[in-house]
Design a protein around this ligand. Structure first.
Ligand SMILES: [Ca+2]
Ligand SMILES: [Ca+2]
Length: 441
């Protein structure tokens, strides 16, 4: 508040009994309710867990020039023996000030001092162990000779929380600065991360991401004090989006890495267009494909099918997502084959079942039909469709499904009993073969 104030400016000289010099003055200043407290003899008390709203105003020097800095003295009688924290902090909506906080004992022996809490925070914080029943004296200085401003002073328990701001999948331990003080911990959302009530070991829930607040509680002189710390749980980046192909405009999800095999005319160039529509915990993206690099939310690539029939080219588009927990790579692998059948599988990775779509090459051309007919000469044609699953590491056959027809497009394969791993699915029909990589979870 702005107000005109009259009070005494007092100089103490010599040793007791003190000689007093009084100067009366007026000034429209933001003077707090605790003045005059520029000398420890005038200090008033602050209680544990009490917050006092104070100001550091400009004061007149002995020549009545307003170039001096206010000093505030405060008394604190420790209600019990324990570790206490003295802290100044900003008053909401009021001008700030650069404080220095010094704690003395009753004999004016300095015990602790702090100027700035951090390079970004010019307020002050001191914590130290005090003896119950003893008087301690706190002095607040203005470290600027020209800047007046406001501060809150509070006395509490020392509850500064040590521990990471980010949980990246593994457990981390949180602690408070006061040694030997028993603290109890709680989590604001145990669906995101839990914290052990006594050890402070925090564990993110697998697959969860978001923010969670950990609360530390201690008891000091019969009062409960709490401190919170907000932690980000960001185990990996996650994107949503889709891709389309020039030979298939259907939008396919790119939330996960994928493998796609298509069959086209010989020498045909297949365009692939990616669009990212949303992301979580992703600060930047980097696409790489051959010699192309891009950081956008869209990316285009093209792959040209071999000129010779029934051969293929396989290329991978990498999408590196920068997340708070490091770089996560998504890989999109495309196999472009010349002639024959195409096979698409979903989901990949698969768990219970695998859906297989066998399709005619698109678009067909007269020349391609001629080529196919020539290629198929001499091949043994059976009247069935055969799907075989091979272990990708050992090339050993794991299971075979045989269907007595050659015209169906969709097949559902049951994966019961098949161990998690990487497999190659081979489709055979009318003497033609195509393969796709399958991941079983
Ligand atoms: Ca003051
Ligand atoms: Ca003062």
């Amino acid at each position: 508040m702005q107000r005109g104030v009259e009070y005494f400016y007092t100089l103490y000289k010599g040793t007791p009994p003190f000689a007093f010099q009084f100067e009366s003055f007026y000034r429209n200043e933001n003077v707090d309710n605790f003045e005059n407290d520029n000398f420890f003899q005038n200090a008033r008390n602050i209680g544990l867990n009490e917050t006092q709203l104070r100001s550091l105003h400009l004061v007149p020097d002995q020549n009545s020039n307003y170039s001096g800095c206010d000093i505030d003295w405060i008394n604190f009688i420790a209600p019990c023996t324990g570790t206490f924290s003295f802290e100044t902090f900003a008053v909401s909506g009021r001008s700030t000030v650069d404080t220095r906080l010094t704690v003395f004992d009753n004999n004016l022996q300095q015990l602790a001092e702090n100027d700035n809490i951090s390079s970004l925070n010019t307020y002050s914080r001191v914590s130290l162990t005090l003896t119950g029943g003893q008087l301690y004296r706190i002095r607040i200085n203005n470290m600027s000779t020209s800047n007046a401003g406001f501060y809150n002073l509070v006395v509490g328990a020392n509850l500064q929380i040590n521990g990471p701001d980010l949980l990246c999948g593994s457990s981390q331990t949180y602690s408070i600065e006061s040694p030997g003080v028993s603290v109890s911990w709680s989590s604001s959302n145990t669906n995101i991360a839990t914290i052990h009530p006594t050890t402070g070991v925090a564990t993110p829930v697998q697959g969860a991401s978001g923010t969670v607040t950990f609360t530390a509680s201690v008891t000091l002189c019969g009062q409960t004090f709490t401190q919170t710390k907000t932690v980000t749980v960001a185990q990996s980046g996650f994107i949503t989006g889709h891709y389309t192909m020039s030979v298939d405009p259907t939008q396919q999800s790119i939330a996960n890495s994928l493998y796609r095999s298509v069959m086209v005319r010989r020498g045909q160039t297949v365009g692939i267009n990616f669009t990212i529509t949303g992301s979580t915990n992703v600060s930047s993206r980097l696409w790489t494909f051959d010699n192309l690099m891009s950081t956008g939310t869209t990316f285009s690539a093209s792959i040209t099918a071999p000129q010779t029939g029934y051969s293929s080219v396989t290329k991978t588009i990498n999408l590196d997502l920068t997340t708070p927990c490091g770089i996560v790579r998504n890989t999109y692998t495309f196999q472009v084959m010349s002639g024959g059948w195409s096979m698409r599988i979903s989901p990949n990775p698969a768990t219970q079942t695998l859906n297989v779509l066998l399709d005619e090459p698109t678009p067909a051309s007269k020349q391609m039909a001629v080529n196919n007919a020539e290629e198929q000469k001499g091949k043994q044609i059976t009247n069935e469709t055969k799907l075989s699953l091979f272990d990708a590491n050992t090339n050993l056959l794991v299971r075979t499904w045989v269907f007595k027809e050659t015209s169906a497009k969709n097949y559902t394969l049951l994966l019961n009993g098949i161990r998690a791993g990487v497999y190659i699915l081979k489709a055979e029909r009318k003497g033609e073969t195509t393969t796709a990589k399958v991941i079983v979870q």
